[in-house]
Ligand binder design. Structure first.
Ligand SMILES: O=c1ccn([C@@H]2O[C@H](COP(=O)(O)OP(=O)(O)O[C@H]3O[C@H](CO)[C@@H](O)[C@H](O)[C@H]3O)[C@@H](O)[C@H]2O)c(=O)[nH]1
Ligand SMILES: [Mn+2]
Length: 740
């Protein structure tokens, strides 16, 4: 019985409303409420106005003879901008906000009746994803405020590393102390790594646990450095026995390795309470068979867990996404246990929120639009995208209702019985999926490097719904890449993955709009075609600037009333973007960096991603899933924390950025010169001069890195030279285009 639509427009903030309702309405009432944004009507009115202006501007472009190359390019750019704008409006149509009342839920549902939860944690590279941190993420989920015997944590190790198994074997021992410690002291940050980062010393109990965790970390690090686990690292026969499983195998060629590290029915913590199940899984890998990256790993875990705990709910977590609020399961259950929703609710997605961002978020790694603004927009249509982590699924949405709920087994069989382990190994073998619907019709979907986007789209198209759950206190926190090259590479992977969906038979524009709903399809299309931002961004960052150098006007004069049409289109887009950003608790400085990174990403990740995707289409190259590194060197971390750009990499991305920076600097200088000396040219060329000025302002960190800095994060000399050469080349093209 949820409140379907509660359009109360009082001034109370959501937080206040929540605490008030929770304290006064403990007895009964719905578990959650939803409210449509009061801005929705305003958004719709603005959509109308803006689309009229857009239409007029496109007509104007068509009027110029599109025979000349520059007008043709500008027309192409404008059409793409219009397309991206249009698809985005679906997200502004009906944004909603929700809130949950977990206390009411606890009041209404006895602990015995709470459903079991299987937690999936993926890791893929012991060097880029430190195993002790992965174990810390697992511990944070094991320590949920939830009956421990109802929690099972499964870790998928695609990195095929004995060190990860060691870290988990150690974590299993540490859990005996850690879980009661959290419970008894009311600790909220239950990832030990993050808890001890913020808390130092204190009670003897705290100091003791800190020492234990430190010892765990050191042991794991020692093993990592050695690259081998010797007897002096392991302790006791039991651990040696466990680690033997990895003897003689390498990461891309090994059988399934499955180890039950904790078993709720047998193992208990130091106070005698049961512990959650903890299971290590490294699915079979052979060089000859495709493993489908993270989606493959998640599907393997889905099947392994169905042979063991088979919980009706599944939480997926990336190895760096630790729980920051032990009550997140209860928030999710406020939806899953609502009979009005549960029948077609596939998943409850929490936002991705990150720790360790620098003050002004120079690389815009918060990705506010993707992770917090857009999901609210989608939530009003049929539900947010799945974003890969911090998401509770109903198992049926992944496995289909047709599947037998569990394998036939004796109730007396424990999850570590020979029979169950044999089954689990069977379902994680390389050949198990051949000829099945895994990855196509059921489970996490294959065929895209953005498996999360792809899976969410499929579920919505099958008629499932989802919910965006955004409690005041971040439920999960993750890591961000801390240098520019890593950020740009990550976004390139995303854009390729999204293109793979956009140009498949599941294109959101056709498949999405018809199978889900028109607006949902549009909103999915907006993200699927992200990579195509590269075309208008590149054109607008180069072409008008070259024309300016040669004195060719491409936009109406300031004295022409049509100039105001362009001014409106430009300003309204940026101002609306800014307002939305601020409304989502952003700051102006962060917004500025966000729009700068949009431009940088367009000129690099999206551009290279588009090219790579095309090459892949014609069969030239293909890319795997490059795991983002979660290890940061001290020097880099320091630079990042100071908010200084890091260009220390021989990266082709930087040549692209450097070239655009130089072209704009020169056109801005020439343009200013023209405006000062030639009468009337400011009137004619103002729009282009303004555009150059904007790009120059955005490129400021690049000029610094090329010409002013001397620290380790400056632009490599070679990259500066290549950029200068490329800029000269572009000037030559400009000469041919505008002067001959
Ligand atoms: O073959 C693989 C590759 C990756 N992973 C895991 O996938 C997760 C995400 O990888 P990461 O390198 O951190 O990628 P990001 O770009 O930071 O991740 C975002 O984008 C991914 C899709 O590209 C989503 O899967 C993630 O949930 C989302 O946070 C990590 O836990 C990896 O261990 C695997 O398990 N197997
Ligand atoms: Mn990540």
């Amino acid at each position: 019985c949820p409140i379907e639509e509660e359009e109360d427009d009082d001034d109370e903030s959501l937080g206040e409303q929540r605490s008030r309702s929770e304290s006064t309405m403990k007895t009964s009432g719905p578990f959650h409420a939803v409210r449509v944004s009061p801005l929705a009507p305003l958004n719709r009115a603005h959509i109308l106005l803006y689309s009229l202006a857009l239409f007029a501007a496109l007509r104007l472009r068509l009027h110029f003879p599109a025979t000349s190359l520059p007008s043709f390019l500008l027309l192409a750019a404008d059409l793409l901008l219009a397309f991206m704008w249009f698809t985005y409006q679906a997200l502004r149509w009906r944004p909603v906000r929700r809130r949950e009342f977990p206390d009411r839920l606890l009041h209404a549902v006895a602990p015995d009746n709470l459903p079991a939860i299987d937690v999936f944690i993926c890791t893929a590279d012991a060097l880029r994803e430190p195993p002790a941190s992965v174990a810390s993420t697992a511990l944070s989920a094991m320590a949920f405020d939830y009956p421990p015997e109802k929690i099972s944590v499964y870790v998928s190790d695609d990195g095929g590393s004995a060190v990860t198994l060691l870290a988990f074997a150690e974590a299993a021992k540490f859990a005996r102390y850690w879980l009661p410690f959290c419970r008894e002291n009311g600790i909220v940050t239950r990832s030990p790594e993050d808890y001890f980062r913020s808390v130092e010393g204190g009670e003897p109990e705290t100091v003791k646990l800190e020492k234990m965790f430190q010892a765990l970390k050191e042991k794991v690090e020692k093993a990592l450095q050695r690259g081998d686990i010797c007897n002096d690292i392991t302790q006791g026969e039991e651990e040696e026995e466990i680690l033997k499983k990895w003897k003689g195998f390498i990461r891309n060629d090994h059988p399934s390795i499955i180890q039950v590290l904790l078993q709720s029915s047998k193992d208990s913590d130091v106070t005698g309470k049961p512990l959650p199940n903890l299971i290590y899984v490294s699915r079979e890998k052979r060089p000859t068979s495709h493993h489908h990256f993270k989606a493959g790993a998640l599907n393997a875990l889905t099947r392994v867990s169905s042979t063991m705990s088979n919980a009706p709910l599944i939480l997926t977590l990336d190895c760096d996404t630790y729980s920051n609020d032990p009550r997140s399961p209860l928030h999710a259950l406020c939806y899953f246990l609502d009979p009005a929703m549960s029948s077609n609710l596939a998943f409850v997605q929490f936002p991705q929120i990150f720790q360790g961002l620098n003050k002004n978020d120079i690389y815009a790694t918060e990705v506010k639009r993707l992770y917090t603004i857009n999901p609210r927009g989608k939530d009003g249509l049929g539900g947010p995208n799945y974003v890969g982590t911090g998401c509770y699924f109903s198992r049926c949405s992944l496995q289909g209702n047709t599947l037998p709920p569990s394998l036939p087994r004796q109730p007396t069989d424990s999850i570590s019985s020979e029979f169950v382990i044999r089954k689990a190994r069977e379902v994680t073998s390389c050949t198990y999926e051949l000829g099945t619907k895994w990855g196509t019709k059921i489970g996490f979907r294959y065929g895209s490097l953005s498996e999360d986007f792809h899976t969410g789209l499929h579920l919505h198209c099958q008629g499932w719904k989802s919910v965006f759950c955004y409690p005041e206190k971040p439920a999960f926190l993750g890591d961000v890449p801390q240098n520019l090259n890593d950020v740009l590479s990550q976004r390139k992977r995303w854009s390729v993955g999204l293109f793979e969906v956009a140009f498949s038979r599941y294109c959101p524009l056709t498949f999405g709009t018809t199978k889900a709903s028109f607006l949902e399809g549009l909103s999915y299309a907006h993200e699927a075609f992200w990579g195509s931002w590269s075309i208008p961004i590149t054109i607008y960052c180069i072409l008008p600037q070259l024309a300016l150098i040669y004195g060719t006007p491409l936009f109406p004069k300031v004295s022409n009333p049509l100039f105001y049409l362009y001014a409106y289109l430009f300003l309204a887009a940026y101002v609306q973007d800014l307002l939305e950003f601020l409304a989502a608790k952003g700051t102006i400085r962060r917004w500025w960096n966000d729009q700068r990174m949009w431009m940088f990403i367009g000129l690099t990740s999206y551009l290279f991603g588009t090219i790579q995707f095309l090459l892949k289409k014609v069969g030239v190259s293909s890319q795997g899933f490059n795991v983002t590194s979660k290890v940061v060197e001290d020097e880099q971390r320091e630079r990042y924390q100071k908010g200084v750009f890091d260009f220390r990499a021989q990266s082709p991305f930087f040549v692209s950025l450097g070239t655009v920076a130089i072209v704009n600097l020169s056109s801005f200088a020439v343009g200013l010169g023209r405006a000062a000396s030639l009468q009337g040219s400011l009137d004619e060329l103002f729009a282009q001069l303004f555009l150059s000025a904007c790009v120059v302002a955005n490129c400021w960190p690049i000029y610094e890195a090329m010409f002013l800095r001397s620290d380790g994060g400056k632009m490599p000399r070679m990259i500066t030279v290549f950029s200068l050469l490329a800029a000269c080349f572009l000037h030559g093209i400009g000469y041919l285009m505008f002067s001959v």
